[in-house]
Design a protein around this ligand. Structure first.
Ligand code: A3D
Length: 321
């Protein structure tokens, strides 16, 4: 069977880790594209030179030309500026929209059959723009945010309860911004509700709620927490790992249930917008959007997040994109 090929558009911090993870997992051959001359060639050469030590047989190629992404099964886009301390993701709108438009045109021309996972921020708007410019089917164009936001939430829960993170299932829905919606009611440890475990731990419902609220708040601000510490850019290891989980689900037809920034066409009462929701990812990309029931409070938080996405997309329209 021919090896799969993944094109990475953007060879910066996340792009580099993506290339290394793909190689180490022997998931696919890699084409790393960046506009900076020699830079993607240098990164892929560096990673390839670890192939004997890590023991992987994949081709890694750096390029500054879109034609080299031809034949890619999947494209992961990180092109664009990351945040600096004090910036919100939305501050990146104008600059990254210009870049995303070019990227969509390049991918449309040279890899028209690829699945596409966008990581560039502001995420929900960038996925919307890519899909609009490329005209690709919406099951093939998606954004990575929910896998990371959910992993962050799960990590905080595992630390708080002193249990393995492997046993924690917690999901974050909505837009990838401060309005994101960590779902408390559905969070569980091997099926046991996290809230119940917190109440037992503290023997005090009010204290349990306070602890959960703090974890929810930290999850919403987790990207900014890393930006503040790094000072020179934003998180890159965890976003790369998260996109790889999605890429593997698609290329290996795993039917994984992952929160994905997906285009909604009536689901969750949203029409025509990209927002984070539970999906099934497999060989056809987004194979299913899973509609779960939300209580009044969850629905209000979700609607608030959808409204934030809508207003960002409208801003983008006013800027001419
Ligand atoms: P960075 O290390 O700056 O890499 C971005 C790369 O894009 C650089 O190498 C640039 O040269 C390249 N680039 C710029 N313009 C173009 C273009 N027109 N075509 C192709 N490449 C171009 O950033 P990073 O890797 O840390 O982050 C990349 C993006 O991901 C940023 O927009 C971040 O805000 C975003 N991000 C998203 C998440 C999510 O979970 C959604 C998390 C962390 C970062």
């Amino acid at each position: 069977m021919a090896r799969k090929r993944i094109a990475l558009i953007g060879g910066g911090q996340i792009g580099g880790v993506l290339a290394q993870l793909i190689a180490q997992k022997e998931l696919a051959d890699v084409v790393l594209f960046d506009i900076v001359e020699d830079f993607p060639q240098g990164k892929t050469l560096d990673i390839a030179e670890a192939s004997r030590v890590d023991g992987f047989d994949v081709e890694l190629r750096g390029t500054n030309e879109y034609k080299d992404i031809a034949g890619s099964d999947l494209v992961i886009v990180t092109a664009g500026l990351p945040r600096k301390p004090g910036m919100s993701r939305d501050d990146l709108l104008m600059t990254n929209a210009k870049i995303m438009k070019q990227v969509a045109e390049g991918v449309k021309e040279f890899a028209p059959n690829a699945f596409v996972i966008i990581i560039s921020n502001p995420l929900d708007a960038m996925v919307t723009l890519f899909q609009k410019v490329s005209g690709f089917d919406s099951n093939k164009v998606m954004g990575q945010a929910g896998v990371l936001d959910s992993s962050r939430f799960s990590t905080f829960i595992a630390w708080e309860l002193g249990v393995s993170v492997k046993d924690v299932n917690a999901m974050v829905l909505g837009g990838h911004g401060d309005t994101m919606v960590p779902l408390i009611r559905y969070a569980n440890v091997n099926g046991m509700p996290v809230m119940e475990m917190l109440e037992r731990k503290y023997n005090d419902a009010a204290k349990a709620k306070e602890v959960m609220d703090a974890m929810v708040q930290r999850t919403k601000m987790a990207g900014g927490e890393v930006v503040k510490l790094l000072k020179t850019g934003s998180a890159f290891y965890s976003p790369a790992s998260s996109a790889i989980a999605m890429a593997e689900a698609i290329l290996k037809d795993e039917k994984r249930v992952l929160p994905t920034c997906a285009q909604l066409n009536g689901e969750f009462n949203v029409d025509g917008y990209y927002v984070g929701v539970p999906t099934v990812l497999g060989e056809n990309g987004i194979e299913k959007i899973i509609e779960i029931s939300l209580n009044e409070e969850e629905q209000a938080a979700f609607d608030n997040s959808v409204n934030a996405v809508k207003s960002l997309v409208e801003d983008m329209g006013r800027l001419g994109f």
